[in-house]
Write a protein that binds this ligand. Structure first.
Ligand SMILES: [Zn+2]
Length: 411
């Protein structure tokens, strides 16, 4: 087994289900140190630390590379063909939790950095590798690095999240719909692809805004409602005003991401059937787009609450998450370089697409909205599923892709 595969295998075997990422970042730090590359661990909590490592001459732009070290839950062991943490290799596929999402992308970035350093490739500027904690559960690591200033000077960011799908999936209507191509377009794409996997360059993803509105009342026996204050009534009024607001913004659209999509996901109220309810709350998840900033939507929601409170309600707002959407222009130099380098190394055409899910990029963009971002990495849509795998051929190719992209961005 070559050393780049061995290193991937080593970190896939580490259980970093929303925690214990320091095993991975310690491993990377030691690996980098062997190649005379200094790195810094940024502790988030005991056993959890992100890592930052930089190379380059510092005279030029700053290129970020982001990969998260945590993984999602292992899932149903009886449905896995192999132990989820075994990193079993079969037919040049490595199977295991995190192989696609995204220890292969993270490790490909690490090896690109090592190769550039070992080969003394001149880099005019800075390459900043960031390995983060807690991406899957709230982007804790990226937020912490953003707060510490690591996003402020980034011009570009490569997020090494999985961007592929087994080639035969191009024939599925669902995938064709996502790519906005027809059967003929899919066949053309498949014919131009001389590998087993089709990749995409992801330029855009929606942001999200998640909140709960709490309503406070006063409990009383239902036979004497006049001495209580029903918490549900003002919450219903809020719901109606909020629906009117959502209707007023339904025409906002992003050409790649589509419309903003607010959904009331939970309503809860009351304590028992013969009591005037003292509490009620309502939760909302909105998938957001750049055309209607999260901040503008929050202002509108706060106004509705303020108006109702002025009329006697007792409503309060709890914002649970506020993540920026991402949308990089197709003609950005980063995108052109990713496309040219990617197509040459992956032996295929690379469509530029938007995707529904978010990445660490949202948290970096909150500190610096001017970063051009691409999401492009080994791994595929088996992420989060049982029998997740990475094609090791793709893993090797992405190491070269990252080396060449970074060399061009810092030439
Ligand atoms: Zn991921």
């Amino acid at each position: 087994m070559d050393e780049v595969v061995q290193a991937l295998r080593d970190i896939v075997k580490m259980n970093t289900v929303n925690g214990a990422e320091k095993q991975v970042t310690d491993y990377i730090a030691a690996l980098l140190a062997k190649h005379n590359i200094k790195s810094k661990l940024v502790e988030y909590a005991p056993g959890r630390a992100s890592l930052v490592a930089e190379i380059g001459d510092g005279n030029g732009p700053v290129v970020g590379f982001d990969g998260h070290a945590d993984v999602v839950a292992l899932g149903d062991a009886s449905k896995w063909k192999v132990d989820a943490l075994s990193a079993t290799i079969k037919d040049n596929l490595m199977i295991g939790r995190g192989t696609s999402d995204m220890k292969s992308g993270l490790m490909a970035g690490v090896w690109a950095l090592i190769h550039l350093k070992d080969q003394n490739v001149p880099l005019h500027g800075t390459l900043r590798l960031m390995a983060t904690v807690g991406e899957e559960y709230g982007q804790y690591g990226a937020k912490q690095l953003g707060e510490a200033g690591y996003a402020n000077d980034l011009q570009t960011l490569i997020v090494g999240e999985p961007s592929g799908a087994a080639k035969q999936l191009l024939m599925q209507q669902q995938i064709q719909h996502m790519l906005q191509i027809d059967q003929a377009g899919a066949e053309k794409l498949a014919a131009a692809n001389h590998t087993n996997e089709q990749h995409f360059i992801e330029l855009a993803h929606k942001g999200s805004l998640t909140y709960t509105v709490h309503s406070n009342g006063v409990a009383a026996h239902s036979s004497m409602p006049e001495i209580g204050k029903n918490a549900i009534t003002p919450l219903m009024a809020f719901y109606q005003k909020e629906e009117e607001y959502f209707a007023s913004v339904k025409n906002y659209r992003n050409p790649v991401l589509g419309p903003v999509t607010p959904v009331v996901t939970m309503v809860r109220g009351g304590e028992q059937i013969n009591t005037v309810p003292a509490t009620a709350d309502l939760s909302v998840k909105i998938r957001t787009i750049p055309e209607l900033p999260n901040a503008d939507m929050l202002i509108a929601i706060k106004e509705i609450i303020a108006d109702l409170n002025a009329a006697g309600a007792d409503l309060s707002l709890d914002v649970l998450s506020d993540l920026r959407p991402m949308h990089t222009m197709e003609d950005a130099p980063l995108v052109k370089i990713a496309k040219a380098v990617g197509e040459a190394n992956l032996d295929q055409k690379l469509p530029l697409i938007g995707v529904p899910g978010g990445t660490d990029a949202s948290s970096f963009l909150a500190f610096n909205p001017n970063i051009d971002v691409v999401v492009f990495g080994p791994g595929n849509i088996t992420a989060h599923q049982v029998n997740e795998y990475v094609d090791l051929d793709m893993y090797h190719r992405f190491i070269t892709i990252y080396e060449q992209m970074i060399t061009e961005l810092l030439h």
